[in-house]
Design a protein around this ligand. Sequence first.
Ligand code: DQA
Length: 147
Amino acid sequence: MRAIHLINGPNLNRLGTREPAIYGHETLADIENDCRALCEKNGLGLVTRQSNVEGELVTFLQQAVDEGAVGVIINAGAYTHTSIALYDAIRSMDVPVIETHLSNTHARESFRHHSAIAPAVTGVIMGFGSQSYRLAVLAICERMGTR
Ligand code: DQA
């Protein structure tokens, strides 16, 4: 089955209890389940992966290519702001890659205003809480014409 790959980076395994005033009360499992249901409505599967380790996120991106992902949604957490390795990995991909954040990083500390990966991605969705992920699923479906 054709699938979207949803990749989450450091500390996102703590959603639900991590700074809920910023990130909300939904857990990562809640978000993944919602996204899976939305993918299924659109005839797609969803592969979910999370790691706190930068190099593992690079591997997940490479696996997405090797496994024929139709699109990738990535919330790289704090590595968004620093990771040339993620930038390089995304540059070499030819499927849509959506950079996604729960919070509006531009409305927060200045060190969050820069994204190292933004120049490599197809588009960025941020600031809508857990809805950011669902909007990213819909963006990929629209581009594929499955919606
Ligand atoms: C985040 C924003 C990042 O700045 C932060 O380091 C995160 C979460 C978000 O989803 O809003 O871990 O990516």
